[in-house]
Write a protein that binds this ligand. Structure first.
Ligand code: BG6
Length: 522
């Protein structure tokens, strides 16, 4: 089907293909306007506008909607539309935008230029939104999306309130705010930002984005655990030996050296994405799928993570920084030679941590988390390794009886695989490990929607399940603070300590070797 009005690029063909049964359109019913602060930024170009366009193509946007871009750059409405068209043409998963649908969509786009702390610009925004409500029928419902540099998050919230755009100022309709990561740069700044936000918004109106939670295989973790009877009975210290969570990237810091120098891998990836994955694997079964029941359990398990003391940082963590090397056969520079990076930088581009969770389910089961840039492969997974069999009766001399491993594959492959032992065909009882694989693409016959599509749609719908509640953000900062402080106070003497394109630093291997274990290969 051509991408015309009402076309469903994602859902097309459900009747003809039994694999697609149960996939259905999920149109948002409330009319609304979404305001993107930071509309001239990279995230808007690569992710947010293509996501909005695909929500329209999938018939998911409400029939009455408006999109307002707000940022410092000077653009007319038409220039903004042209810019957004090229972003869609370049980055949309459905290919270049086509008329007549694009023209109809573009007619709902408009732009306000202004500083994030300029009261006049916010007054202008308010008048514009009121006019939009009349013109587009958006009924006073507003979603403010903060995709700006994090230092201005608090200012925008203050200005919204001062301009009478806060939820309490509204005579009708709803107001919600979506806040990009990072929510703070440490525990204190996160608490300060939270204090600013709660002056204006209630927790239920705040949607803190962690785009990993919108990835289809990440949502599947809960389905795997709580929609099947076979995993949960063995999901504890009696059967599980350890959990390894990896988020490996091949990209370097690209043009983000300025931001990354003050962030590092622990803040950029572990504090949010990777810790959130750990929470999904480790939490207790929620009593319902409601946003608060799920988030109660996530917070509970994060509160049970054993604090890493200053003395333990050396034993429980490892850090690295990439040197020059090669990625997919192409030479790439060292981190210290990247734009806007200090030539003696102490910033880690690789972090790994061993966490223990002090509760009955997990006592003594290590959770090993790692994330790094410029590694050998872009690959994210959660691997749950089970204990050894208690008594061996099969296998000829020399056969290794591997432990069972359940792998939740997040990207680029999406699915689940189970490694178990089987008999090698032949007269002898030789044993070898084999893999049973489920792959999302072939299992359901659809390509998963990018995380931002799912998350923006959920925020417009008022479903906060896949967004991080403040208590979990605070716990995650509490968990990483001792490591951040220790690393800051003790510059790594061995940076750069891993070649681009490798498995990461030797210290990460040593951390697991000290426990008699090995990392899975990236
Ligand atoms: C972002 C980080 O949150 O996640 C980036 O700031 C990182 O540094 C990105 O590259 C990784 O996301 P994904 O979806 O490509 O794994």
């Amino acid at each position: 089907m051509a991408a015309g009005v009402g076309a469903r690029v994602v859902l097309d063909g459900a009747a003809a293909n039994p694999l697609r049964q149960g996939l259905d359109s999920n149109r948002i019913t409330d009319p609304c306007t979404i305001v993107f602060f930071g509309a001239s930024g990279d995230l808007m170009t690569r992710m947010l506008m293509p996501a909005m366009w695909n929500l329209r193509l999938g018939d998911i946007l409400p029939t009455k909607f408006g999109i307002v871009g707000f940022s410092r750059s000077e653009f007319s409405d038409d220039e903004f539309r042209t810019d957004m068209k090229s972003s869609v043409d370049q980055f949309s998963r459905s290919g270049p935008a086509k008329d007549p649908l694009w023209s109809e969509f573009a007619g709902r786009l408009s732009y306000i230029s202004g500083d994030f702390d300029d009261p006049k610009a916010f007054k202008k925004l308010r008048a514009h939104l009121d006019a939009n409500d009349k013109k587009l029928g958006t009924a006073g419902n507003r979603l403010f999306y903060l995709s700006t540099p994090p230092p201005v998050f608090g200012k925008i919230v203050q200005q919204l309130s001062a301009a009478g755009l806060g939820p309490k100022d509204q005579a009708h309709g709803w107001t919600r705010i979506v806040i990009e990561k990072p929510f703070g740069t440490d525990l204190d700044s996160a608490r300060a930002l939270q204090a600013e936000v709660t002056k204006v918004f209630d927790e239920k109106q705040v949607y803190r984005i962690d785009h990993y939670l919108g990835k289809e295989p990440v949502q599947d973790i809960m389905a795997l655990r709580f929609a099947n009877v076979i995993f949960e009975p063995i999901w504890d210290r009696r059967y599980i030996d350890c959990v390894q969570i990896t988020a490996a990237e091949t990209v370097g810091v690209e043009q983000r050296g300025g931001y990354y120098e003050n962030a590092g891998a622990l803040r950029d990836m572990i504090q949010n994405h990777v810790i959130n994955l750990m929470a999904l694997v480790a939490m207790e079964p929620p009593i319902s799928p409601s946003a608060d029941h799920i988030r109660d359990e996530k917070h509970k398990v994060l509160s049970a993570v054993r604090p890493i003391t200053a003395d333990d940082v050396r034993k429980m963590t490892a850090r690295g920084q990439y040197d020059a090397g090669s990625i997919e056969g192409k030479p790439v520079p060292a981190y210290r030679a990247e734009p806007n990076v200090d030539s003696h930088s102490n910033t880690e581009t690789f972090a790994c941590v061993k966490f223990l969770i002090d509760n009955w389910r997990w006592a003594d089961v290590p959770f090993y988390l790692r994330s790094g840039k410029r590694l050998g492969r872009k690959y994210s997974e959660i691997a749950v390794t089970f204990r050894q069999i208690p008594h061996r009766i099969f296998g000829e001399a020399g056969d290794a009886i591997e432990t069972n491993t359940l792998v939740m594959k997040i990207q680029p492959e999406e699915g689940v695989s189970l490694r178990f032992n089987a008999k090698i065909p032949g007269p002898k009882m030789h044993i070898r490990s084999v893999t049973m694989d489920f792959n999302y693409g072939t299992g359901f016959g659809v390509v998963s929607a990018p995380a931002y599509e799912r998350l923006i749609g959920d925020a417009m719908r008022g479903d906060a399940t896949l967004f991080t509640r403040w208590d979990a953000v605070e716990s995650a900062w509490e968990i990483v603070m001792p490591i951040l402080q220790n690393w800051k106070g003790t510059p790594a003497g061995d940076f750069p300590n891993y070649a681009a394109g490798s498995q990461g630093p030797a210290s990460a291997e040593a951390l697991l070797a000290a426990d008699g274990r090995e990392w899975r290969r990236i």
